[in-house]
Ligand binder design. Structure first.
Ligand code: PEP
Length: 254
């Protein structure tokens, strides 16, 4: 048993998948399955299905969020979406700094930091992803990269703000590969991240902050990961697209 007061968060990142109808059907199917679980359940649908998913999730334990956002309130930014728009559509959290945004769309730590600040100012909970690439891992730069991403993406936020943030350690080399990182390695990295939080924001904040693992999480791996002392949840891509698999992940302790 883990000795922590942190309530784990299990989150689905649907990326560019699901129509409105598919998203609503999933959310409606998920609600009765999770009424008594000891974890929080978050779902990030594509923008087009955000509002209808939020309506379907109203008065239920399912928390709906966005997959990204811009740091500006409004303006000539074709294709972008603001914090206000996400909130208006019913989002309560937002994934920021996902490795696909960092690597496919060249998002920098500086840009991500501005988004984190904006999300906090709009009371949208940031779910900040950090993680090293395969090459960085092979060059033994994992800790250096994570420290840099964490410090530069969070900047000078207060301990109170830091406590509301969810961190997701997502090694880029594990995402979408079918092979998650080894639990032993995950614990070492999560402990390292919590130490970084402790050094900058203090012991109380470090004890409260949620640190998820993400990268090819499937039902067969989740129990071992969730039992690690510094793992407070998982961020799930591929396996969150199927209700049965996502439900098995949420009920990992059964
Ligand atoms: C992700 O992209 O956040 C992710 C964890 O994906 P997958 O579970 O498919 O590796």
């Amino acid at each position: 048993m883990k000795s922590t007061n942190r309530t784990p968060v299990i989150a689905a990142n649907w990326k560019m998948h699901k129509t409105i109808e598919e998203a609503v059907c999933f959310v409606k199917g998920l609600i009765p399955l999770i009424l008594n679980v000891p974890v929080k359940v978050y779902v990030a649908p594509p923008y087009t299905a955000l509002h209808s998913s939020a309506v379907a999730a109203r008065n239920s334990p399912v928390v709906i969020g966005g997959q990204n956002m811009n740091d500006e309130n409004e303006g000539a930014f074709t294709g972008e979406i603001s914090a206000n728009m996400l909130k208006d559509a019913g989002a309560e959290f937002v994934i920021l700094g996902h490795s696909e945004r960092r690597h496919l769309f060249n998002e920098t730590n500086d840009f991500i930091r501005r988004k984190v600040k904006k999300a906090l100012s709009k009371k949208l909970q940031p779910l900040l992803c950090i993680g090293e690439t395969k090459q960085e891992r092979e060059e033994e730069k994992t800790e250096q990269i994570l420290k840099q991403q964490l410090e530069e993406s969070l900047g000078d936020i207060s301990p109170e703000e830091m406590e509301t943030i969810i961190l997701a350690y997502e090694p880029v080399w594990a995402i979408g590969t079918g092979s998650p990182a080894l639990p032993k390695e995950v614990q070492v990295i999560h402990h390292f991240c919590r130490q970084l939080v402790r050094q900058k924001w203090g012991a109380d904040t470090a004890e409260k902050v949620i640190i998820q693992y993400g990268g090819s999480v499937h039902p067969q791996d989740v129990k071992e990961l969730m039992e690690l002392p510094d793992v407070d949840g998982v961020l799930v891509g591929g396996a969150s697209l199927t209700l049965d698999l996502f439900n098995q992940i949420i009920h990992y302790s059964r």
